[in-house]
Design a binder for this molecule. Structure first.
Ligand SMILES: [Zn+2]
Length: 118
């Protein structure tokens, strides 16, 4: 089940994300299910303020809480996404899936950030 963090992620936000991001999100979720993770929590989709890359403000990013193990699950799901989806061919250092913490936005903590260019 896909759960939404109260207050920061709403179902209507799924209608505001890019179609490509929707594809990436469900691909990530599907891969997690392969590893036995059925429940995930989306913590943030649209943020109406600029973040470090601005991608949330325009519906090209979605955050998923890291409440499953990174070493046995998360990093493999992340590698799968980054091999399947190139974020920007001209800027290879930027990835479609990033595992990080954004202390700028309170105590969101470690999460998986998925982003697309369109
Ligand atoms: Zn994010």
């Amino acid at each position: 089940m896909i759960k939404l963090k109260e207050g920061t992620a709403k179902w209507e936000h799924f209608g505001e994300i890019s179609p490509k991001l929707g594809e990436v999100f469900f691909s990530f979720y599907s891969k997690l299910k392969d590893y036995g993770v059925n429940d995930i929590t989306v913590t943030s989709i649209i943020r109406h303020k600029a973040d470090d890359s601005g991608v949330h403000a325009v519906g090209r990013a979605i955050d998923i809480r890291a409440d499953f193990d990174y070493n046995s699950i998360g990093k493999y799901a992340m590698e799968y996404i980054n091999q399947k989806y190139t974020y920007d061919i001209a800027r290879g250092e930027l990835k479609t899936c990033v595992y990080h913490s954004t202390s700028t936005y309170g105590d969101e903590g470690l999460h998986y950030h998925l982003q697309t260019r369109k």
